[in-house]
Design a protein around this ligand. Structure first.
Ligand SMILES: Cc1cc2nc3c(=O)[nH]c(=O)nc-3n(C[C@H](O)[C@H](O)[C@H](O)COP(=O)(O)OP(=O)(O)OC[C@H]3O[C@@H](n4cnc5c(N)ncnc54)[C@H](O)[C@@H]3O)c2cc1C
Length: 528
């Protein structure tokens, strides 16, 4: 049955990735009325498939992307303070070896090949030190420690590496739970008045005088609905071009370049808590990162990906590329049998005409089409710059609607209202008040929900009072929270995006969870 909303909202946002949800939160907090439609689950596309770093992007310095690097470096600590539960500092160990090479066509490699042709594309150590010096000083570093040198023959950092690596540099960046970041932005947007509609696909958007008429379809029920808005925001990520061409149907010269990136996950490869930044002989870099306590995350690749409707998957070639890359560094030689999980995402990069996928800019570009009711198209961007991107979007929106001043810097996301170094205190507090929680269980809750963990645990005096045990510390009380407060509808939403317990639960356990969630949804619908 077709429904029509009687009101006209200020903004209608297409896309429930980090950019759509970040803009929704910022705009709702500035008093705008906002509707957001996401065709599947929040963050199901690129925003759950990143390397999960709040980082300046050390390698972008070689592309002279100083504006992007500076903005991202400053932003790291602003974000860390606002979400100390889902983000934390990490140290990156960059082993040095004289065979490391530049990507052949960066501005830096071109310059070096003119002034130091004998290096034949190799990266000199002094250049890495210079890059790290800039990384330390370009902006905003107050909490994170600066660069140090590491003797790999002496410390734990060298233990898993091959003997030929004798020295390394160590610098700081931050981890972030990317898909939780999206959900927390959506929740905060909703708390400030936004309407968040998941499993709601935008079928078309048409200008009607000075407003937009947007047709959506509930992908579960099939119900269609008409909405009206003063401004349309296209935050469709990899679908940004598809939305311009097939949903809004306008001519645009702007293009998106889709670049797939894949990651592999292995059992934990080493015992310390630092990451590795590996440089390859092909000029690319990959990370090896401690992941979910018992695993190591290795990525990523850069592969052209023409069609957003083709679901990205880590190909055997990408898997082998990552394994071979890591095998040039680790003593332990990895094979395909060591890979326990892979994931893949598509970067929606602004098409700046760069020669290679690796070289295409990671900066964002916002373009307004005002040939009638305004349309804002979002290209590119990083998880790290989502809040700044939202502020830039609000500046553009402010040319058409009245918006209040920026407010998001320094305002915590739900559950993040505690100090950056306060996780251990929260965990200890939970274990004191809920003695039945193991250390691992309490830490997982704090890392996901921060100060809101207590709302999930309520008055429970024992594990059994948290209801059904779905395995790997996932209880009924937590699943109910995720369904009622965090838009989760299926087991996949829960075990791959609200948390990563999919790494620990069996297929049968996941299927049982899915059945339980379906039955709960059915009961809720029957009761309406
Ligand atoms: C491999 C990889 C590694 C990365 N690593 C990092 C990193 O470490 N740090 C960092 O800062 N950044 C990183 N990034 C970049 C970052 O992940 C992306 O820039 C960001 O997630 C893009 O978010 P988005 O909201 O634009 O897109 P998405 O997250 O893809 O969101 C777009 C949403 O629009 C929805 N949509 C599309 N069409 C419609 C429609 N018709 N109706 C309703 N909804 C629709 C889609 O379902 C989708 O959920 C990485 C990216 C990749 C691929």
């Amino acid at each position: 049955m077709a429904q029509t909303d009687s009101t006209t909202t200020d903004l209608f946002i297409i896309g429930g990735g980090i950019n759509g949800c970040g803009i929704a939160r910022d705009a709702a907090g500035r008093g705008l009325s906002v509707s957001l439609a996401e065709m599947k689950d929040l963050a199901w596309a690129t925003s759950s498939s990143s390397t999960k770093l709040f980082h300046g992007g050390l390698r972008y310095l070689e592309y002279f992307e100083f504006r992007l690097v500076r903005e991202a470096l400053i932003e790291r600590e602003t974000l860390l303070r606002a979400m100390p539960h889902i983000s934390w500092p990490m140290r990156f160990v960059l082993p040095y070896h004289r065979d490391m090479r530049f990507e052949s066509n960066t501005p830096t490699s071109n310059l070096l090949s003119m002034v130091m042709p004998w290096m034949k594309g190799r990266r000199p150590a002094w250049l890495i030190r210079l890059g790290l010096f800039m990384y330390d000083h370009l902006g905003g570093r107050k909490i994170l420690p600066g660069t140090t040198s590491v003797d790999l023959k002496a410390g734990a950092e060298g233990a898993p590496l091959q003997e030929r690596f004798e020295k390394a540099y160590e610098y700081s960046d931050c981890w972030v739970e990317d898909s939780r970041l999206v959900v927390l932005n959506a929740r905060d947007a909703e708390a400030r008045g936004a309407k968040i509609m998941t499993r709601t696909e935008v079928l078309s958007a048409t200008r009607e005088g000075d407003r937009w008429r947007v047709e959506t379809r509930d992908t579960d029920s099939g119900e269609t609905r008409t909405h009206h808005a003063r401004m349309l925001i296209n935050a469709g990520g990899p679908w940004v071009g598809d939305i311009i061409q097939t949903k809004v149907r306008i001519n645009s010269r702007e293009g998106v370049r889709l670049v797939r990136g894949s990651h592999i996950v292995t059992k934990k490869l080493y015992d310390h808590d630092k990451c590795y930044f590996f440089q390859g002989t092909d000029g690319r870099i990959i990370f090896a990162i401690p992941y979910e306590t018992d695993f190591t995350l290795i990525g990523t690749t850069d592969a052209e990906h023409d069609d957003p409707s083709v679901s990205p998957e880590c190909t055997p070639e990408e898997r082998d590329y990552l394994l071979n890359f890591a095998n040039q560094y680790f003593k332990q030689q990895l094979g395909a049998e060591d890979v326990v999980w892979t994931y893949s995402g598509v970067r929606p990069l602004y098409d700046d005409g760069a020669s290679s996928a690796t070289a295409a800019t990671r900066d964002y570009t916002l373009k307004v089409d005002s040939t009638g009711a305004p349309l804002l198209n979002i290209f590119g961007g990083k998880i790290t710059t989502y809040r700044r991107l939202a502020e830039s979007a609000l500046e553009k929106i402010g040319e058409h609607l009245t918006v209040a001043e920026p407010w998001t810097a320094g305002v915590p996301l739900p559950g993040g209202d505690f100090p950056v170094d306060g996780v251990a205190t929260l965990v200890a507090g939970l274990r004191r008040d809920y003695p039945f929680l193991t250390e691992g269980h309490a830490l997982r809750l704090v890392r996901a929900y921060g100060t809101e963990s207590r709302q999930i645990l309520g008055q429970a005096g024992g594990l059994a009072e948290l209801g059904r045990d779905f395995g790997a510390t996932l209880t009924e009380a937590e699943v109910i929270w995720l369904m009622d407060r965090e838009y989760a509808r299926t087991a996949e939403d829960v075990v791959w995006r609200r948390n990563k317990l999919g790494l620990r639960l069996s297929q049968d356990q996941i299927a049982e969870l899915d059945d339980w969630m379906a039955a709960r949804r059915k009961a809720a619908t029957a009761a309406e």
